[in-house]
Design a protein around this ligand. Structure first.
Ligand SMILES: [Fe+2]
Length: 349
């Protein structure tokens, strides 16, 4: 199919020639699916629904396998990838649908892990191998796995930024009351020395946000806007969360939608920071790993938690400059959705 091949080529070549070549290409993807948290040791029936939806692009948002490991040989991570490679639906999607990937803690190798994880370079080698990242890709010559793509011609430019919130991330502040509502694992840490992205990735992000685009997806494996729980989220470092909003505002970056995973629940979020348009976030987790009894207050949440296996979809009407965000279940049925015009994603809130 011509359109599919074009997108595939753009994604394959964009690492070499990020903006100019890609931006001159054909139509950008208009049907984007995404998901996270796929336990290779459990059945994964959801791939049938994802493939049936016929995405132009799929984004793996982390915990793409569960391969926590404690030694330089990374035996558990390697065998997790090996098992995942033999799951028919997972394999078919990787063979037939253009895709992008980032990691979260369980394909990084350590539960809730960050900068301190001693085997992260080993995990990165396995990540690059499994995801067939080209030999010339910039991720092979810099720390972490953050990356970005811009596809589509002027007026229909889609920018996708994949953040690495593991490689550089400072240690989190442990809770003083494990399991207590709102402080289950971690407490907000306002220490200005703590970083989510690290200096180099912050500089990169600031530059990316200055590039022209009509719609920008920022993929962060951990939740950005969500409040009201004490698991991992950007709110663990409130100053870094604020810095993200400030960086967006300073760059004048329109069209942002956050995509996240990690939580074993699905939900939509909305927040309008002072001086910014309303920011939206879709959390889709997990593809087969579900926190079925999840309950939490959601000051920024739009609607209820979806405590069932799910994947996310983004339907973009490029000529009409509208998009529909949705969470779908294992049957492919829409369980949450939100429609928005590009015009609503610009300027001050
Ligand atoms: Fe995770």
């Amino acid at each position: 199919m011509f359109r599919r091949r074009t997108i595939s080529q753009l994604i394959a070549t964009a690492a070499l020639l990020p903006v100019p070549a890609a931006a001159q290409g054909g139509r950008p993807p208009s049907r984007i699916a995404f998901g996270s948290c796929a336990d290779q040791a459990q059945p994964q029936p959801i791939w049938d629904a994802i493939l049936a939806w016929r995405p132009d692009l799929f984004i793996f948002m982390g915990d793409n396998v569960y391969g926590d490991f404690r030694g330089a040989d990374a035996t558990k991570l390697k065998s997790a990838y090996e098992t995942a490679s033999q799951i028919p639906g997972y394999a078919r999607l990787r063979e037939t649908v253009p895709h992008l990937a980032v990691w979260d803690d369980h394909d990084y190798g350590k539960n809730d892990g960050g900068v301190e994880f001693p085997y992260k370079a080993v995990a990165k080698d396995e990540f690059l191998k499994f995801w067939k990242v080209p030999a010339t890709d910039i991720r092979r010559t810099r720390d972490g796995i953050y990356t970005s793509q811009i596809v589509g011609p002027p007026g229909m430019r889609l920018q996708i930024m994949l953040l690495d919130v593991r490689w550089f991330r400072s240690p989190l502040k442990p809770t003083d009351k494990r399991g207590a509502p709102g402080k289950q694992r971690y407490l907000p840490d306002p220490d200005p020395a703590k970083t989510m992205l690290g200096d180099i990735q912050w500089r990169w992000l600031g530059n990316e946000l200055r590039k022209p685009a009509d719609l920008r997806l920022i993929v962060s494996s951990t939740q950005v806007l969500a409040e009201g729980h004490g698991f991992e989220r950007w709110g663990n470092f409130p100053l870094e969360r604020q810095k993200l909003f400030d960086t967006i505002r300073t760059a004048g970056a329109n069209g942002i939608v956050f995509l996240s995973g990690d939580r074993h629940i699905g939900a939509l979020y909305r927040e309008a920071p002072p001086g910014l348009y309303p920011l939206l976030e879709v959390t889709s987790s997990g593809l087969n790993k579900v926190y079925a009894t999840a309950r939490e207050p959601g000051p920024n949440r739009v609607g209820d938690l979806l405590a069932a296996a799910n994947f996310g979809t983004l339907d973009i009407d490029w000529p009409g400059r509208r998009l529909t965000l949705a969470l779908r279940d294992v049957q492919g049925d829409v369980r949450r959705s939100l429609a928005i015009r590009f015009d609503e994603l610009r300027g001050a809130g």
